[in-house]
Design a protein around this ligand. Structure first.
Ligand code: PLP
Length: 448
């Protein structure tokens, strides 16, 4: 057997420090999440280095992957831009300090109000369809835009392993389907009609998509850009937004594929992207944050049913929604730790790791070989920095856990900063529909 990875040792250290400092407590703080801010910085550095220095690139972080404002602010400081897809994400990006010229607004359902706000601020906008292009043209009313405006094309190169993550299928809801009959011609006409339209956007999909497929999607976008310029007889296309979607390895601690590997695929399939003076925007989400976050939860009880050992923990559907509803597509690793945070050793026992929610499918792992879990142990769920605890699901009124940023200094000292406070289940949040500010008990006495 090989020893623990560097990443596993780091997680164990962080966990032990978190227990010592009371950030995890079997009575008060049953579930907590951690974002490794040193890791985020290193990942963003790797992303910047992967792309050729001669090409002006704005790496915009896809806010939906982790929309906590302090996380976005950290990415802003690291030199990234921000890709937003709703008014809520735009509000968070602005709150995090992104200047409008480093924000890109993508959404298939932008309202007039949202477009007005974005255009007024000077946020870049990628239109999704012909109707939206016409709407933007009416709004601009002949005025030059403050920001760069593009159109999303669907290269229709096909899907990956997870249907819900594949945006470049022939019938995808996203973008202008370039190979449908007559559509290419119609889009070229749109470029003639709309002199403000200067960017091409594509995002071929996400987790489960092979790199060749993604790079072929980008190649289609570049080819179309060259066709636009040729047909118009001018240099119209200023830049290409190649989207995000680099898949993440959820099986172990290896970072694979890397941004370098993806850039090598782009060079092979779409060399013109880097050779014709285009500006480039990227929109990576999962690949920036997933492996820089983990969560940890206490085991409350253990039992056996039908011969299967089951550990009931405090991490479930509210923080691992995709894994619980799509366990085949979204398996996560589980690590067993003692209540002190120290990694558990010992004989592996096949067991279910369940969440606290009241439906049978609320399982983080089924029949998983782990050291035998006992009440008071901690389970760690690595690779959950994107699309997990940052995107909570309010089933069963389960509270959102605290999220802590963590840095480890040269002397091995672990320093935590609170990125999001835990919800107190005894305090009703605003979205519970309860408007009174007094304690629940007081109100019931008064009305009862
Ligand atoms: C979701 C999304 C992204 C980010 O995808 P990741 O797989 O997290 O990198 C980028 N661009 C668009 C348009 C998206 O919808």
């Amino acid at each position: 057997m090989t020893g623990p990875t560097h990443a596993a040792v780091r997680r164990e250290r962080i966990l032990q420090a978190a227990v010592r400092q009371g950030l995890l407590d079997p009575e008060q703080s049953l579930l907590a999440a951690f974002v490794d801010l040193d890791g985020v910085e290193a990942t963003v550095g790797g992303l910047h280095r992967a792309f050729p220095g001669s090409v002006p690139v704005l790496h915009s972080f896809a806010a939906k992957a982790n929309s906590l404002v302090p996380v976005l602010a950290e990415l802003e400081r690291a030199g990234m831009g921000c890709e937003v897809a709703t008014a809520g994400e735009l509000a968070r990006a602005l709150a995090a300090g992104f200047p409008p010229e480093r924000i890109v607004f993508d959404s298939p359902a932008k309202t007039r109000g949202e477009l007005e706000r974005a255009l007024g601020l000077g946020v870049a906008v990628n239109a999704d369809n012909f109707q939206e292009l016409a709407r933007i043209d009416r709004m601009l009313d002949g005025r030059p835009p403050l920001s760069h405006l593009g159109v999303r094309i669907n290269s229709q190169v096909g899907g990956g392993a997870i249907a819900a993550m594949s945006t470049a299928t022939s019938t995808s809801k996203f973008g202008v389907p370039l190979s449908d009959p007559g559509v290419r011609r119609r889009l070229l006409q749109a470029f003639r009609d709309y002199p403000w339209l200067t960017w091409i956007h594509t995002h071929a999909g996400s987790q489960g998509c092979p790199l060749d497929l993604m790079a072929r999607g980008v190649a289609q976008a570049v080819e179309f850009a060259e066709e636009v310029d040729a047909v118009l007889g001018e240099r119209r296309i200023v830049g290409i937004d190649i989207g995000g979607g680099l898949p993440v390895n959820f099986a172990d601690d290896e970072i694979s594929p890397t941004f370098d590997t993806y850039v090598a695929h782009l060079r092979a399939h779409a060399p013109a992207l880097f050779e014709r003076g285009y500006r480039v925007v990227t929109e990576f989400g999962r690949s920036v944050l997933a492996k820089n976050g983990f969560m940890a939860a206490y085991v409350e009880y253990t039992k056996s049913a039908g011969g299967r050992p089951i550990a009931i923990t405090h991490a479930g559907v509210h923080v691992a929604t995709r894994t619980v509803f799509g366990p085949e597509a979204w398996p996560v690793r589980i690590e067993a730790h003692h209540g002190s945070g120290r990694a558990k050793q010992g004989r592996l026992v096949r067991q279910d790791v369940a969440g606290p929610a009241c439906f049978a499918g609320d399982l983080l792992a089924r029949d998983r070989a782990l050291p035998s879990l006992e009440p008071g142990d901690l389970v760690v769920v690595p690779d959950t920095g994107a699309y997990y605890f940052s995107t909570p699901f309010h089933y069963n009124s389960l509270p959102e856990p605290a999220v802590h940023g963590v840095r480890v200094d040269g002397d091995g000292r672990t320093e935590f900063t609170l990125l999001r406070p835990a919800q107190d289940p005894w305090e009703l949040p605003d979205h519970a529909g309860w408007t009174a500010r007094e304690p629940v008990g007081a109100r019931s006495r008064e009305t009862g």
